[in-house]
Design a protein around this ligand. Structure first.
Ligand SMILES: Cc1cc2nc3c(=O)[nH]c(=O)nc-3n(C[C@H](O)[C@H](O)[C@H](O)COP(=O)(O)O)c2cc1C
Length: 270
């Protein structure tokens, strides 16, 4: 299975078995991490892989059951605190998550509140880096599969709901690419990404408007930051789908793109 296919197979796993992963698999995972291509090269990032026990007391501070995912392994994703660091993390780490799916290993992005300082210390991250998100991973519990068998059950918004008003008509190829974006995981499945096609450009935004769930959640977590991670994940799906369709896309941040109710992320040209 390649990463493109994995986009439609991946789902969040919240129940794991205690089975240890083989040395060979751990080596493959480490290699995937080492090959990460960042969205912004000037933002420092580091990923540490830890077993459950090494992190235990530091991740017990989750708020709501939503955040609690007990897995045998975690990736601790540390980033330098800079503008656009969240979308950089989403974009860089999602290919690793898709590799886990390819290898039939369950995973779940975890952005709920955890004790950042404790996690940073336990993971041995450099002081300049903040653990912004965790990836829970491991073999799934018995009778659970890390693969979604029907994409229709993913609870995703229709493409028409994700297009901004002024958008140009989309070719078949673009529709296929954006479809892969729809299947990105997002915090509380909020799917904040919005698309606008204009000539040869596709602009990616996140919706700022907050429903009741979002405004409640915002009291506990930095939702805009999580939504920026979501946008980066979506962008990585767009790029993987474009590569799969042999469409050469380059990424550009344009000036003067802000809109009311939407935060501009980046544009794709091609
Ligand atoms: C940035 C981010 C943070 C997330 N945080 C959590 C979390 O703290 N706890 C959890 O159970 N799921 C978390 N998730 C998983 C989402 O709830 C899940 O991706 C979404 O509901 C879509 O479902 P799917 O991943 O099965 O397609 C997070 C996902 C993302 C992208």
């Amino acid at each position: 299975m390649n990463r493109y296919r994995a986009i439609y197979r991946r789902k969040s796993t919240r129940e794991y078995s205690d089975e240890q992963l083989s040395k060979g698999i751990m080596k493959k995972i480490r290699k995937s991490v080492d090959k990460i291509k960042k969205l912004y090269d000037d933002i420092d990032m580091d990923i540490k892989i830890l077993k459950r026990d090494a992190l235990k007391s530091a991740v017990s501070g989750f708020i709501f059951d939503y955040g609690k995912v007990d897995s045998p392994y975690y990736m601790v994703v540390g980033t330098e605190k800079k503008k656009r660091c969240a979308e950089n993390v989403g974009f860089s780490v999602e290919p690793v998550v898709l590799d886990l799916t390819r290898w039939k290993i369950g995973s779940c992005w975890l952005g709920a509140n955890f004790d950042k300082e404790k996690v940073r210390k336990k993971a041995g991250l450099n002081e300049e880096l903040e653990p912004i998100v965790l990836i829970a991973f491991g073999r799934t519990a018995e009778n659970k599969s890390p693969w979604r068998d029907n994409r229709k059950n993913a609870g995703r918004k229709e493409l028409s709901k994700l297009l901004l008003d002024e958008t140009d008509p989309l070719s078949k190829k673009w529709k296929k690419i954006l479809d892969a974006g729809r299947y990105a995981p997002s915090a509380v499945n909020s799917q904040p990404w919005r698309f606008e096609k204009e000539d040869g450009l596709l602009h990616l935004y996140i919706a700022e408007k907050q429903g009741l769930l979002k405004s409640t959640l915002n009291k506990f977590v930095n939702l805009e930051r999580l939504n920026r991670i979501d946008a980066g994940i979506c962008l990585s799906h767009l790029k993987i789908a474009a590569d799969h369709s042999s469409k050469d896309l380059s990424l550009k941040r344009l000036e003067g793109m802000e809109k009311k109710d939407y935060n501009y992320i980046i544009s794709l040209e091609g």
